[in-house]
Design a protein around this ligand. Structure first.
Ligand code: K1U
Ligand code: ZN
Length: 176
């Protein structure tokens, strides 16, 4: 398995529209494993292939406390089931240390394929509904800060720049 670099806002590659996966094969399953390793390492609950510069319709997620309930969504289609929207405090591994409320429909239907190419069709609420909509946005080149004011977007850019600079100053592991 491998840790993949995560693109940071405002990298223009985050605006790429993802293509459908044609064949759920071993190459895709290797990418899925690498995305899980990357997501767990970054302490995220979700990751879209766009964020690791792979522009295909693939999302991984694990909302469990013990990080032992991995979910994979390939070629996902997400349909809101109710008009009612509620705000939820979101974060994003591509916008480190920035959190803000976004309003989204609270109940959605997810149709997708899993890592074995089997069909998924389920109605979800709560954090899973929030997270799948956030990840779907990534596949469509949308980032959660796009829903915020211009001022907050500018602050988010500045914050990300500072976080990345600070990370660069951290001691790096010695390569042997
Ligand atoms: O897409 C991503 O960058 C992953 C993102 C998913 C997400 C979290 C919260 C609301 C919507 C979408 C994260 O995992 S951000 C990481 C994080 O700090 C976090 C983890 C658990 C709950 C809330 C935030
Ligand atoms: Zn995100």
């Amino acid at each position: 398995m491998a840790l993949l670099p995560i693109l940071s806002y405002p990298d223009p590659r985050l605006r790429t529209i993802a293509e459908p996966v044609k064949d759920v094969n071993d190459e895709i399953r290797v990418l899925i494993d690498d995305m899980f390793e990357t997501m767990y390492d970054a302490q995220g609950i979700g990751l879209a292939a766009t964020q690791v510069d792979r522009h295909i319709q693939l999302i991984v997620m694990d909302l469990s406390e013990d990080k032992n309930e991995p979910m994979v969504f390939i070629n996902p289609k997400v349909t809101p089931l109710i008009e009612d929207k509620k705000p939820y405090e979101e974060g994003c591994l591509s916008v480190p240390d920035v959190y803000d409320k976004v309003e989204r429909p609270t109940k959605v239907r997810i149709e997708a394929l899993d890592a074995d190419g089997q069909k998924i069709d389920k109605e979800v609420e709560g954090l899973l509904a929030v997270c799948i909509q956030h990840e779907m946005d990534h596949l469509n080149g949308v980032i959660f800060v796009d829903y915020l004011s211009r001022l907050k977007q500018t602050r988010a850019r500045d914050k990300v720049r500072k976080v990345i600079k600070a990370r660069g100053k951290q001691p790096q592991p010695v390569k042997r």
